[in-house]
Ligand binder design. Structure first.
Ligand SMILES: Nc1ncnc2c1ncn2[C@@H]1O[C@H](COP(=O)(O)OS(=O)(=O)O)[C@@H](OP(=O)(O)O)[C@H]1O
Length: 313
């Protein structure tokens, strides 16, 4: 497969640069110099390689399993992934750098490959869908596909809380209890001001996306299923992106110690890092019932909006 050559060209490239103007190429500059040197050498060896606009973007949701999805898809020879989250469409300073800057952040690919980036913050930032839609329209690219991975909003919330408290701990800050952040001061209601609650209110965010993209440009991956049995979800993505069928059971193995599927490809076996799969806090029965009640209506609204249901409480 042509993609396998690209992967190995990028990983093994050591040929000297052939262009006298190599130092002036924009890919030589910037803080990802390490990658860029590798990319540049690969392009010098193979002129049909170049950075291309993503034809697929994983737009979220934060803590939905976006890293697992990206890494699993990166084993497909027709998929080339941007390793870092770009935060291009949700950061004014980056967005103002313009489309060409965005393109040049992408690893080189062949034109029959799909470049894929993921930034989980895109899904919940209101300005993002309009920005993506108008930039791609301006570039005359009509085949952009969006991937959204959703997980039970209560699990997502607990995962988000765990991450936020971990970050606070690292900075020596206090870590409020689950009840303290999720409930209003009188302890009676769900605190809708809490960001992690807002991020789990999928229907509102979805309405915003559907104002700019038609439903058939968006695939919703079931994040709970991606954890339990990833392959069927990956095959749905292959089909949606129009990729040749490639990923199979050989590419995944269950690691009982980690409690997750890990990846096996031509390069190596690897699990995601320890920041994925952290233990979640226990939720007492009263709070759990309150959360279930709170999310019931927005969940139903999402099902109607997208014409798809999930096994959420
Ligand atoms: N195969 C595999 N290995 C490890 N982890 C997996 C896997 N598949 C899905 N997940 C779940 O991914 C959750 C993290 O989601 P994200 O990668 O989207 O997080 S982030 O928003 O980028 O921080 C992470 O959430 P937590 O378990 O709450 O840490 C995992 O449950």
């Amino acid at each position: 497969a042509p993609g396998a050559n690209v992967q190995s060209a990028i990983h093994n490239a050591s040929a000297p640069l052939s262009s006298p103007h190599a130092d002036r190429h924009p890919l030589r500059a910037g803080k990802h110099g390490h990658h860029r040197g590798r990319w540049w050498r690969a392009m010098a060896r193979d002129p049909s390689l170049s950075p291309r606009f993503p034809r697929a973007i994983i737009i979220g949701v934060r803590k939905g399993g976006t890293r697992a999805l990206l890494e699993m898809l990166s084993m497909h020879p027709s998929v080339i992934t941007a390793e870092k989250e770009l935060h291009f469409f949700n950061t004014n300073e980056k967005f103002s750098k313009g489309p060409e800057w965005y393109r040049l952040q992408m690893p080189p690919s062949h034109d029959d490959q799909v470049t894929l980036e993921k930034t989980p913050a895109y899904f919940t930032e209101p300005e993002v869908p309009g920005r993506i839609a108008s930039m791609y329209a301006g570039l005359n690219i009509t085949d952009l596909r969006l991937l959204l991975i959703l997980r039970d909003p209560i699990d997502r919330l607990l995962s988000d809380y765990t991450q936020l408290m971990h970050n606070r701990g690292e900075r020596g800050k206090a870590r409020p209890s689950l009840d303290e952040v999720l409930l209003t001061r009188d302890g009676k209601h769900i605190n809708t001001d809490y960001k992690a609650i807002q991020r789990s209110l999928y229907a509102g965010h979805m309405e915003n996306w559907l104002r700019h993209f038609s439903r058939d440009h968006l695939l919703i991956v079931d994040g709970d299923r991606l954890i339990r049995e990833p392959l069927p979800e990956l095959k749905r993505v292959e089909q949606f992106l129009g990729l040749p069928s490639f990923l199979g059971s050989d590419n995944l193995y269950f690691n009982a110690t980690r409690g997750f599927y890990c990846l096996r490809d031509v390069r190596r076996n690897r699990c995601l890092n320890d920041s994925k799969g952290r233990p979640h806090p226990n939720v007492n029965a009263t709070l759990l019932a309150q959360l279930q009640e709170f999310f019931r209506k927005p969940n139903r609204k999402l099902y109607t909006l997208v014409g798809q249901t999930f096994d959420w409480a």
